[in-house]
Design a protein around this ligand. Structure first.
Ligand code: SER
Length: 617
């Protein structure tokens, strides 16, 4: 039996603390709607973008954490041995402190050392490096440096890197990482870099390759047969895209490492099924108990889906997400409804205590994430949603069973009248052995746009669309707007969210009265005065309590660490207390308001009781 998840967490923490790293507070899993361009935190680096681009981090240049994350794009893969929507990403970062050699040597030591690490057998590790991308001059060379570092590491351990071949070079599709995907797809301003992945080999004995659809092709680390499992990715965040054809070096060469906690546990188990690791133990027991069935080849697919989806749902509800028809709420609804269908398939009375009971097992698994009191709310939300769905589920399945062919329109009606998530309809239709006209199905869907916006391409964290110059200008202008609203409307102005694109900025706030056109004119005048004054934009890292004392504005929906970064506009050097605007913020910003150009407020609207939204460009 491998490690428990608590043992793994403790080892990880000690390992990086012993190497001078500071633990950063986790980012929220569900990002605040309106303040963000993506729905969920999907990797540890997401909260660190501005620091990877060169800003100074309040906790220093060596960081680590274990970040709860959600990736909904994999939802249909859930059911195999290794895919989940929710996972925890173990991360470590160097903001210019060290680079390839230290990172690869340290991660190898963590994996293989029997005392301070996990004691994995180094013969089971295979690694990959970037082969270069000829489309971009700066990226055209293969990463021979990492290739050599790995050769030295294995050779020192007495392992021949050629028998069998242990180091593989792949193109950007496999060994390049950025939030926006491949170099060619990345928006201008986005950081990215080549990466080096480590795979754990579960061996030929399990015959995973022979039994897979890939059996006629040679097996290799990136083959999807399941024999090799990626357990860690060291990204060398070294470049920034500066225009459509060019990449330039960032001010610092950074490391961004991420490895799935569940997958690393599976490697310590020497069993490729992540659902058999300790972190799923209680949850699987609860599913077995509630269904009266054992986890085996006949039940594993529904049980894995139930385990993953209810785990994700439990975390989302804890963070305040509630089932609804849009954004995060819709993702939660899909997770709960998909789990209900699978419970039903297993013969469980899905309307009863089963789902809340399984979620309870999730909470027991993570005592540091769930405190007393979470419990009842989470159960109530689940019970309510599942019983609502139960009212239509039988009717929907009955309606579907009556059809002998399913048109796109039929499928859409099932979605709309019975609340079946799209992919469930597809799964049920396929199960019946029926054909479904997918193109028509999606066309119908497109017509009704009130859908979940998933965390797909182009939607990034932090309210910033990218780090282009225009976005930085609007970001600094947002700070001016925030302060000017205070000046004109009074001290009860509270930021509710913001969103910036290359075309405009948007700012939501609450205030005790509706701003008049004259007041908004005044706000605009103040902002343009501050722009004309060409004030410097600077930041200072300070204790949170000091920042609060000098009246720096914070965003009440966000958790801040003990040391914070405060951006201030104007005032004396190193004296944010003398500045016009002071705000808790990670950046990035322009360095002088003079570069912003004239700002015009082109729309103010009421979006709720005492809530207003302004647009400016
Ligand atoms: N950002 C990288 C990833 O998500 C490594 O942390 O894989």
């Amino acid at each position: 039996m491998g490690l428990t998840h608590t043992e793994l967490r403790n080892k990880y923490k000690k390992f990086w603390e012993d190497r001078g790293h500071k633990e950063i507070p986790g980012a929220p899993l569900a990002l605040t709607s309106g303040d963000s361009t993506t729905l969920f935190t999907s990797s540890g680096m997401q909260q660190l973008v501005s620091y990877l681009l060169g800003e100074e981090h309040p906790l220093g240049d060596k960081l680590f954490d274990i970040q709860p994350s959600i990736r909904t794009q994999d939802i249909e893969e859930v059911g195999d041995n290794r895919h989940t929507t929710f996972f925890e990403m173990m991360g470590n970062w160097s903001l210019g402190a060290y680079f390839k050699k230290d990172q690869l040597e340290n991660f190898y030591m963590f994996l293989t050392n029997t005392k301070i690490g996990l004691g994995l057998d180094p013969h089971k590790l295979f690694v990959t490096v970037f082969e270069g991308d000829k489309k971009f001059k700066a990226l055209s060379s293969p990463d021979t440096e990492s290739q050599q570092i790995w050769t030295d590491i294995f050779t020192k351990a007495g392992i021949d890197v050629n028998k069998p071949k242990r180091i593989y070079a792949y193109p950007a599709s496999k060994n390049w990482w950025s939030r926006g995907g491949l170099p060619a797809q990345m928006p201008v301003g986005e950081p990215g870099g080549p990466d080096s992945e480590v795979f754990y080999d579960f061996g030929e004995n399990l015959k995973l390759h022979e039994q897979s659809v890939f059996k006629d092709e040679p097996c290799h680390p990136n083959c999807d047969c399941g024999r090799f499992l990626e357990i860690g990715n060291s990204v060398f965040m070294q470049y920034k895209k500066t225009n459509e054809t060019t990449f330039e070096e960032l001010p610092k060469k950074n490391v961004d490492f991420g490895g799935g906690l569940e997958r690393i546990l599976a490697a310590t188990n020497d069993d490729p099924d992540i659902f058999k690791t300790d972190v799923f133990n209680k949850v699987m027991h609860s599913i077995e108990h509630n269904s009266g069935k054992k986890y085996d080849a006949t039940t594993q697919i529904p049980m894995r889906i139930i385990a993953d989806h209810l785990r994700a749902a439990t975390f989302l509800i804890k963070e305040g997400v509630r089932p609804s028809n849009k954004e995060q709420g819709y993702v939660l609804r899909r997770l709960l409804r998909r789990a209900a269908i699978q419970l039903r398939d297993l013969g469980v009375d899905y309307k009863g205590a089963a789902a809340p009971d399984i979620c309870h097992a999730v909470m027991e698994t993570y005592p540091t994430h769930f405190v007393e009191g979470n419990n009842k709310t989470i159960s109530d939300v689940i019970k309510d949603e599942v019983s609502k769905f139960a009212k239509t589920i039988e009717k929907g399945i009955h309606a579907l069973n009556k059809l002998s062919a399913v048109s796109g329109k039929d499928a859409f009606d099932l979605y709309q009248s019975y609340g079946f998530p799209l992919e469930i309809i597809e799964e049920l239709v396929v199960k019946k052995g029926l054909y479904i006209d997918k193109a028509q199905f999606y066309a119908e869907f497109e017509k009704h746009k009130n859908l979940s916006r998933t965390s797909s391409a182009g939607m990034f964290k932090g309210g910033l669309a990218d780090n282009s110059e225009q976005v930085l200008k609007y970001h600094t202008a947002t700070h001016l707007l925030h302060q000017a609203l205070f000046d004109v409307l009074g001290a009860d102005v509270k930021q509710e969210g913001s969103n910036i694109t290359g075309e405009r900025l948007r700012f939501d706030f609450s205030a005790s009265h509706k701003p008049s056109p004259e007041e908004m004119k005044k706000v605009e005048e103040i902002i343009n005065q501050k722009i004309n004054d060409k004030l410097p934009m600077r930041f200072k890292i300070m204790p949170k309590s000091d920042a609060e004392k000098i009246g720096a504005r914070s965003f009440f929906k966000e958790k801040y660490p003990d040391m914070v970064k405060v951006y201030y506009i104007g005032g004396d050097d190193d004296k944010p207390e003398t500045a016009y605007s002071k705000e808790f913020c990670g950046g990035p910003h322009v360095t002088n308001t003079g570069t912003i150009g004239t700002l015009s407020i082109f729309k103010t609207e009421k979006i709720g009781s005492n809530m207003y939204r302004v647009y400016a460009k």
